[in-house]
Design a protein around this ligand. Structure first.
Ligand code: ATP
Length: 353
């Protein structure tokens, strides 16, 4: 296994900067998710690490050794993509063995490695089947076994679960995490699914326009985003803007909003804060008012199973409040209510380029 570190990595296609001065360290044995909008550079970063493409500038190190000019086959990296095309005319075992065969690995050693890889993904009994005789999740496991069979030092996954339906996807998340823990392999995972990133990874990096906007532990980045982009891209956030008067944020209508972490705010300067919808509570009997309290009118409620989102017109905008479903039946559209939230839930965020 190996740590991977990229430093000041840039890659330009024509006039377009696909990666712009990206520096990040992927710890040995860690599970790292890369998130970002379409075209933000996630795949480009994986391709550089794998050795499918080379950077214009910057370094890539594995365990402290520079590899940016080392060819792909020498980097010992396993990769799984969303389109994991298996050979339809070969058995599962032959599909897994293919890369070893090409490299001239001896028959008995090959059989041993294929068995071990299939056991790892719990497909030990299905080696003789053809891909069309497998479910989508089982095919995905074959793709994983094909990556593991080389004993890679690093595993790169580009939307590997993207083609699976929700239930299967959740099963495979559990499975993938089990395997990753079992062999302790450094894993870098590209996904569009935020929940997947939050639940599975040790760290998350958020890319935008080829730049790494923010990175950190899932709780850190979700609970204390530093940028407007991270606050709104990862999860939902209500954004309030105003002027810092030294004690509170003053909104355009004069409302004072208390803020938890005021380090770096300058008196008279503009400030914007993110408030997670589930941190806001509707004031009712038995709910104590917190640092911030505003009046508003319910305009809409959106049922989402475990919880619901209530849209409340207040402070000249529509605030979103997530409430558990128990108690929802008491709320009516058009009803005037009070909302409350703590100053710690009011997180100052700066603009990200
Ligand atoms: P998605 O989530 O849609 O897969 P991504 O974040 O993985 O997107 P990349 O595939 O890394 O994005 O692409 C980053 C940018 O670089 C895009 O604007 C893309 O069009 C451009 N790009 C990538 N590869 C090439 C290439 N070989 N030639 C020209 N432009 C490229």
């Amino acid at each position: 296994m190996a740590s991977v570190e990229v430093r000041n990595l840039s890659r330009t296609f024509g006039a377009h900067k696909a990666l712009d001065d990206v520096s990040v360290r992927f710890e040995d044995g860690g599970f790292y998710a890369l998130l970002g909008p379409s075209g933000s550079g996630k795949t480009t970063l994986l391709r550089m690490i794998a050795g499918f493409d080379y950077p214009d500038r910057g370094q890539i190190e594995m365990d402290g050794e520079s590899v940016e000019r080392v060819p792909l086959e020498k980097r010992q990296i396993g990769m799984v993509f969303q389109n994991y095309a298996l050979f339809p005319n070969m058995s599962v075992a032959q599909n897994v063995a293919f890369g070893l065969d090409v490299r001239g690995v001896k028959r008995d050693e090959m059989a041993r490695k294929v068995d071990a890889a299939l056991d790892l993904v719990q497909l030990g009994k299905l080696g003789s089947r053809r891909p069309h005789q497998l479910s989508g999740g089982q095919r995905q496991r074959v793709a994983l076994a094909r990556a593991f069979v080389f004993n890679p030092r690093v595993l790169l996954l580009d939307e590997p679960l993207g083609a699976l339906d929700k239930a299967l996807r959740v099963d495979m998340q559990v499975e993938l995490k089990r395997i990753q823990r079992e062999i302790g392999i450094t894993t870098i995972f590209v996904t569009h699914d935020q929940e997947e990133a939050l639940t599975m990874s040790d760290r998350i990096g958020i890319l935008k326009d080829g730049r790494l906007i923010e990175e950190g532990r899932p709780e850190e980045i979700y609970n204390r985003p530093r940028t407007l982009f991270a606050a709104t891209f990862l999860g939902d956030a209500n954004i309030l803007s105003g002027i810092w008067n030294g004690e509170a944020m003053v909104l355009a209508d004069g409302t004072l909003i208390r803020i938890g972490d005021v380090d770096g705010l300058s008196t008279g300067g503009k400030v914007q804060c993110a408030i997670r919808p589930e941190r806001i509570r509707i004031l009712a009997d038995g709910v104590a008012a917190s640092d911030n309290k505003v009046r508003g009118k319910i305009t809409r409620r959106m049922f989402a199973g475990v919880s619901s989102t209530v849209f409340v017109d207040c402070l000249g905008m529509t605030m979103r409040v997530v409430v558990p479903n128990a108690g929802m039946e008491l709320l009516r559209d058009g009803e005037e209510i009070s909302l409350t939230w703590s100053k710690e839930s009011t997180i100052p965020v700066r603009d990200s380029r």
